[in-house]
Design a protein around this ligand. Structure first.
Ligand code: PEP
Ligand code: MN
Length: 338
């Protein structure tokens, strides 16, 4: 249920209603828009429905959101959300934000080389995996905490915020200590305990779409994070499984447009995991920006032939720099900048 306050309703009126909601054992989620405040009431639907909340002072109307995702919906928040990473770095709004870096953090030397080059090319966030979810248990599994330490050091050295995947509820605190953004991988999109755990921290979360997940399921997973109080969620389309096997996955560009209609959350695109081939990363990146993506997540490696994971899809730093120049032009055409 969503409570829409009148334009000019006082903070006291809002607080008064929140107190009532909490006293009923329900959760109140507040969205302060430019014009008015909206409060989402979360809890067992029968309890929520029985409350005559429209009679409270300051309330304009009470709406039932029929969609299963409430806080993630446009009904709850009409304006696009902008996720702030740190001062001057954000995802959403008029800027296309590019996150770049290697699939896995392999060494300090490797990450330093990539960080310097992607930052120079215009990336605003450095990525790198320390816990590597691999299809085979016999392949490289990542450097773990050692990798996170390298990530933090390199982040400070080059003054660039970072994103890294967390796979296990037990590692959320540890990962949040080292990285600015926590990524929930495609294979964990419906790991509800992990979603609840990242919902309880205040750091931004990149939530990747599962290989076989619908857009509705992606938004339901986002709802798990939002309902714990963390509104800093960035959705990520990274390709879905189809009958096509020339590419690693099939990039669903329409997901960008669908999410823009259904939700206020920003959505970025990962063309690297979507296609699995470095030669297709540039055209798919351009298509994603043209379709309205709020950002991109691109794998870059100084020597892809020697990469310990995902070699075939990682861009050389010089190819990434060239792509960034081209993307600026596309961004301009769709009324954005980089
Ligand atoms: C990644 O970004 O490192 C990754 C493993 O991607 P995905 O979860 O989309 O497969
Ligand atoms: Mn990868």
């Amino acid at each position: 249920m969503i409570i829409v306050f009148k334009k000019g309703a006082s903070q006291k009126e809002v607080n008064n209603l929140i107190k009532k909601i909490n006293s009923l054992g329900l959760k109140a989620m507040i969205s302060k828009g430019i014009e008015r405040t909206i409060v989402g009431v979360i809890g067992p639907e029968d309890v929520v429905r029985l409350q005559p909340l429209e009679v409270f002072p300051g309330v304009e109307r009470v709406m039932t959101v029929l969609k299963p995702y409430k806080l993630a919906s446009r009904e709850f928040k009409n304006e696009d959300s902008i996720v702030k990473i740190r001062k001057g770095v954000e995802i959403g709004g008029k800027k296309v934000g590019v996150i770049a870096g290697p699939c896995s953090i392999e060494s300090r030397k490797q990450l330093r080389m990539v960080a310097e080059k992607v930052k120079k090319a215009g990336a605003i966030i450095l990525r790198g995996g320390a816990f590597k979810p691999r299809t085979s248990p016999y392949t490289f599994q990542g450097l773990g905490e050692e990798g996170l330490k390298i990530l933090k050091d390199v982040s400070q050295e080059f003054d660039i915020p970072t994103a890294t995947e967390v796979m296990d509820t037990r590692d959320v605190g540890l990962t949040a200590k080292y990285a600015d953004i926590l990524q929930v991988g495609a294979r964990n999109m419906q790991n509800f305990n992990l979603l609840k755990e990242v919902g309880q921290i205040k750091k931004p979360v990149i939530l990747k779409r599962g290989l076989n997940a619908t857009i509705k399921e992606l938004l339901m997973s986002a709802e798990y994070i939002l309902s714990e109080g963390n509104f800093n969620v960035i959705l990520c389309e990274r390709g879905i499984r189809t009958f096509e096997d020339f590419t690693r996955n099939t990039l669903d560009l329409s997901a960008i447009c669908a999410v823009k209609v259904l939700s206020h959350l920003p959505i970025i695109v990962d063309p690297s995991h979507a296609c699995g081939k470095w030669g297709m990363v540039a055209p798919l990146s351009k298509a994603a920006v043209a379709a309205g993506a709020d950002g991109l997540l691109i794998e870059v490696h100084p020597n892809p032939q020697e990469a310990l994971s995902d070699g075939p899809q990682q861009l050389l730093p010089e190819n990434f720099a060239f792509l960034m120049k081209e993307l600026k032009k596309i961004a301009q055409v769709v009324g954005k900048n980089m």
